[in-house]
Design a protein around this ligand. Sequence first.
Ligand SMILES: Nc1ncnc2c1ncn2[C@@H]1O[C@H](COP(=O)(O)OP(=O)(O)OP(=O)(O)O)[C@@H](O)[C@H]1O
Ligand SMILES: [Mg+2]
Length: 412
Amino acid sequence: MARTDPYTVAIDVGSSKVGVLIGQTDQAGQLEVVGKGLAANRGTRRGHVVNVEATVEALKKASEEAEVMAGVEISRAYVGLAGTDARCVNSRGMVSVTRRDQEITQQDIGRALEAARAAALPTDREILHGIPQEFIVDEQGGIADPLGMVGSRLEVAVHLVTCNVTRSKTLLTCVNRAGIEVLEMVFEPLATAEAILMHDERELGSLLVDIGSGTTEFAYFCDGEVQHSAVLPIGSGHFTNDLAMVLRTPFAEAEQIKTRHGCCLPGMLGEERGISVPTVAGGPPRVVPKRELCEILQPRAEEILTFVHADLSRNGVAGELRGGVVLTGGGAQLDGLLELSEQVFDTSVRYGLPQGLGGLVDVISSPIWSTASGLLLYGKASEADRAKKAKRRSSSMRSMVGSLRDMFSDLL
Ligand SMILES: Nc1ncnc2c1ncn2[C@@H]1O[C@H](COP(=O)(O)OP(=O)(O)OP(=O)(O)O)[C@@H](O)[C@H]1O
Ligand SMILES: [Mg+2]
């Protein structure tokens, strides 16, 4: 098989599945999906690896499927990380510019970023990302690149994503044991946003909510950059559990009932129809009205959405959703969730499917592929940023932030 270097590989180790995508950049610079692999994963719970063997097996199975489809061998990949231990904080770093001319240099920027990092890092954690949000020169904020400006005080506001060192190492070990080198671990909501949020949404103020099987990951973007992000340890698997417990039906049946007939908003139920529900003991199936299913699903849906809303309120951004809310992840497909979200967030809500990729787009046209697609785009942008590192100053805000990200990662 050919070598993978011209290819970008993304791996999403989700709580229900491992998804692998192989992308190839065409001559026009467009990233095309050329391989896709999917395997059920029983080794990961709530974003954390709980069974190394099972996770490695799923990784091998999914990557082999993608390799066969693309006709290339995977050796290196961008890997998503979204354990519930991930913590995101906004930190600030401040330095004084003592030189006579007071012109801000690359060195001053580096010192400010280092101060932001030192201010917020607890000892048992490592920094996964440090994303500069804005620079402030002598109290004048909103500056994307302070290089060459004149001032006596330079501040930087940074969004830091930290994770537990041992947990990220376990994931790294699993990927390595599947024969793949990790190029970069990427906090999943940040990667997902690359494939889901439009440029205007990122500028105006939008919330991305990825409802997976074991977690709900969310990130608020404004002025082009992430301002707040978090992982909630509740996902769509909890709807399945709730149905299985209350209806006393096997999990596999509960899963089918949820995906085929589930609805979490009573106002959306049509004519009252009964669903045949098998019982665990193998007795005769029971007929359960759809309204009863809704009564089981609605409180859980409200719990997830109100938790996210309360977290945004605590962080002062609940009223700032001018660009609306975008729902993605497999669990977002539950009927009524979009309408319920409109009520909870009091703004417009849309579904997000992966965008910005070419090639086999039909095979990834599902919200379960949002994270892997975003990882591909993130990986490609990261490679491009590295290539451009020599010329840091760019007219575009996004690539400027990219190069600042690189500079920050040099400090880590
Ligand atoms: N039509 C549907 N209605 C409701 N839920 C659905 C539907 N289709 C899939 N799901 C749910 O989506 C979940 C899988 O979504 P996804 O692949 O995004 O999760 P994951 O990435 O594996 O998990 P996580 O992100 O939490 O680690 C499963 O719990 C599944 O039951
Ligand atoms: Mg996921």
